[in-house]
Design a protein around this ligand. Sequence first.
Ligand code: CA
Length: 232
Amino acid sequence: MTTILVVEDEPAIALGLRNDLTLEGYSVEVAGDGETASRRATETPFDLILLDVMLPRKDGFAVARDLRRAGLKTPIILLTARAQEAEKVLGLEIGADDYVTKPFSPLELCARIKAVLRRTAGGHPALYRFGAIEVDFERFQTKRAGLAVDLTPLEFKVLATLIQARGRLLSRDQLIGQVWGSGVSITDRVVDNHIMNLRRKLENTPAEPRYLLSMRGLGYRFENPDENLTEL
Ligand code: CA
């Protein structure tokens, strides 16, 4: 059974979450403050942590940051009160896997939970689709509207790395480490060029990318707007 640690200090919301998630078949434990959450998350191997940002004693950002610093890899979804870009970026930077903005519907939340669990469990599927693009990870082939797209091996690797981390910000350094390997001297410019080439080959409007997104000079993020919908 998949176990979820819900960290929420408002009793009514915590109860609602417990009920919704239990109905979905998850085993739920609730922690009402940040310190309890940090302790429980390290004591017990939860499958996922649903973490409110505004918490007594220790806020959600501090909880997430400390857990990641301690080496905990449990997926974390932040519950943010406001749809503030700065808050989202901060959350993703400190190692949260996704965020949901309050108020949210149980359907939306469950779709996010499923997406995060699947992403963190199995990496990417053998075949992954977004828009008119089809990526075959076994044959290392990419098609656009059924026609082969010519990607270089490094472009394919950049794309695969971004898809695997979809929804999550990857800094240029992280991309370099995962694609080229650490200890290799690769400039940010090289990363940017690979992204530009991928956008040119895969995006309908490369100047206004829908999937291969830049985040304020921090790095890149792959987003598939259709994915959450197909999982409902
Ligand atoms: Ca709260």
